[in-house]
Design a protein around this ligand. Structure first.
Ligand code: SF4
Length: 457
C-alpha cells in the first residue's frame, strides 16, 4: 500500500469515531430518565433482542493514555458498594423488560472488569443471568487487564459462561510502557494468554496501540512479532487519542515523546502489512481477525454493525447498559448514565435510574447513521439500494457532501463508480474522514458549539 505523508497531514484532523450517530456530545439533558422509562416500556414488543453491557469503572493504576471512564483505586470496598447499586439498576431495568426477550450478547467493560474478585465476578454474572434471559449461544465477553489477573479470575469467567476475552497489551517495549505507566512484562502476557487457552477460551482479542510515546518502527515491530507468535483470534490496533483537554491525566504524557506524523505513518503501514502477511483480515477501523472468524464472515455478508463496544455481529439488538457512564440504545434512542461515580450511586439510591442525557434520533439522523455505518462496516455504499430503502435520491440528499467525496476520490481514498462508492485499501485507515462528509452535525457546528474530538490519525 502506498501512503504519502501529505495524505496523513491533510487528513489527520479532529473527528468522531462513529460508535454512534449522532455522536455522544450531541446527547442532551432534555432527554432524561422519564423519557428513557417511557422508551423502555414502549419498545418491549419491538421483537428486538438485547445486548447487555456492564461497566466496571475501577482500575488498580492509571494508564496515562486512558480515554475511558475509570477510577484508579486500591480500595476494594468501593467495588463492593458499587455492585450494590449496579444490582439495583439491573433489577429496575429488568422489571420493565419483557421476559420473552433474549440477550444475544453480554459485554463487560471498564475500567477493568477483572478488578472484581472471582467471587464477585460469579455473583454479578449470576445476578444478570437471573434477571435476563441469556441465549445459550450468546456471545459473552469481558475486557481483561493481565496485571493483577489470577487463574481464579479466569476460572470464574469461564465457569460463568464467558466465551470471549479481550486483553489490553498496547506495546511490549519497556520504555513505552514506563512512559504510559503501564508496565507489564512479556512473560506475564504469555502466562495469562496460556491460562486463557487452558481454560478453553477460543476467542481471544489482543488490544495494541500506535502513537504512544517513544514508539518506533523497530520497537513496535518486535511487539507485533511477539503478539503474532501467540496467535490471538483477533487484534485491535487503536490509534492513541491524545485529548488532554478532555482527559487531564494525559498531560502526564510528554508531548515531545509522541511519534511524529512520518513515524505514525510508518507504524500504520508496518502494522497493516505485518497483520495481512500473518493472515489477519482488516475488518474496518482498528480491527483485524482471522479469516474464518464470524466477524469476517459478517463483514462479507454485510451484517456487521458498529456500536459503543466497537464492531458487532448483533446489529438489531437494543443495548441495555448498566453502571456509571454506560450508554444504552434502542432503534431510535440513545441514553447515557451520569459519568460521575458519586452521582451514579446517589441517583440509584434515590430509587431511579442514573440516566443523565440522551437523544431521540430523527429520520435524517437515521439515514445518516445507516450511511456512516455502510462506510465503517461494509466499506461501500450502494446508491440504488439507498434510494430504494429511503425513498430519496442519494445525490440529492447528500448534495452538500459531493465535493468532499470527489476530493476523497482524487486522493485515492474512495472510488466513485456509477451507483457505488467504495473505500480503497488506502482509504481503510481514513474511515473516519470518509464518514465525516455525511455527518450533518459537523457541518452545522460553529467554533463555540464544536465538540473537540480526537485526531483521526
Ligand atoms: S486499565 Fe484500561 S481503563 Fe484502566 S486506566 Fe488503563 S487503559 Fe484506562
Amino acid at each position: 500500500m502506498e501512503l504519502a505523508t501529505s495524505l496523513l497531514e491533510k487528513y489527520s484532523k479532529a473527528g468522531p469515531r462513529y460508535t454512534s450517530y449522532p455522536t455522544a456530545p450531541y446527547f442532551t439533558e432534555a432527554f432524561g430518565e422519564k423519557d428513557w422509562l417511557d422508551e423502555l416500556k414502549q419498545t418491549q414488543s419491538s421483537g428486538r433482542d438485547m445486548s447487555l453491557y456492564v461497566h466496571i469503572p475501577f482500575c488498580d493504576t492509571l494508564c496515562y493514555y486512558c480515554g475511558c471512564n475509570m477510577v484508579a483505586t486500591h480500595d476494594y470496598s468501593k467495588a463492593d458498594s458499587y455492585l450494590c447499586y449496579l444490582f439495583q439498576e439491573i433489577d429496575r431495568v429488568a422489571a420493565l423488560t419483557s421476559p420473552a426477550r433474549m440477550a444475544r450478547q453480554v459485554h463487560w467493560g471498564g475500567g477493568t472488569p477483572t478488578f472484581l474478585n472471582p467471587a464477585d465476578i460469579r455473583r454479578l454474572f449470576q445476578h444478570l443471568a437471573s434477571r435476563f434471559k441469556i441465549a445459550p449461544d450468546a456471545e459473552i465477553s469481558c475486557e481483561l487487564d493481565p496485571r493483577e489477573l489470577s487463574r481464579e479470575h479466569i476460572a470464574a469467567l469461564a465457569e460463568s459462561g464467558f466465551n470471549r476475552v479481550s486483553m489490553g497489551v498496547q506495546d511490549l517495549d519497556e520504555k513505552v510502557q514506563k512512559a504510559v505507566n503501564r508496565v507489564q512484562p512479556e512473560a506475564l502476557i504469555q502466562q495469562v494468554y496460556g491460562w486463557l487457552r487452558e481454560a478453553g477460551f477460543n476467542s481471544i482479542n489482543i488490544d495494541l496501540m500506535v502513537g504512544l510515546p517513544h514508539q518506533t518502527v523497530e520497537s513496535f515491530s518486535l511487539t507485533l512479532d511477539k503478539m503474532l507468535a501467540l496467535g490471538p483470534d483477533r487484534l485491535a490496533v487503536f490509534n492513541y487519542a491524545h485529548v488532554p483537554w478532555m482527559k487531564k491525566h494525559q498531560k502526564l504524557i510528554v508531548e515531545s515523546d509522541l511519534p511524529d506524523l512520518p513515524t505514525k505513518l510508518a507504524l500504520q503501514k508496518l502494522m497493516m502489512e505485518r497483520l495481512a502477511d500473518a493472515g489477519y483480515v482488516y475488518i474496518g477501523m482498528d480491527h483485524f481477525a482471522k479469516a474464518d472468524d464470524e466477524i469476517v464472515q459478517a463483514q462479507r455478508s454485510k451484517t456487521l454493525y458498529r456500536n459503543f463496544q466497537g464492531y458487532t455481529t448483533h446489529k438489531d439488538c437494543d443495548i441495555y447498559a448498566f453502571g456509571v457512564s454506560a450508554i444504552s440504545q434502542t432503534a431510535e434512542v440513545y441514553v447515557q448514565n451520569t459519568k460521575n461515580l458519586a452521582e451514579y450511586q446517589r441517583r440509584i439510591a434515590s430509587g431511579g435510574l442514573a440516566t443523565e442525557r440522551g437523544l431521540r434520533i430523527s429520520r435524517d439522523d437515521l439515514i445518516r447513521r445507516e450511511t456512516i455505518s455502510g462506510i465503517m462496516c461494509d466499506l461501500e455504499l450502494d446508491k440504488a439500494k439507498f434510494n430504494q430503502q429511503w425513498g430519496v435520491d442519494f445525490d440529492v440528499f447528500f448534495a452538500d457532501a459531493l465535493d468532499d467525496l470527489k476530493d476523497l476520490a482524487a486522493d485515492g481514498l474512495i472510488t466513485l463508480e456509477p451507483g457505488l462508492i467504495r473505500v480503497t485499501e488506502t482509504g481503510r485507515i481514513f474511515l473516519r474522514n470518509i464518514a465525516m462528509p455525511f455527518d450533518a452535525y459537523l457541518r452545522q457546528q460553529t467554533t463555540e458549539t464544536k465538540p473537540r474530538y480526537s485526531k483521526t490519525l
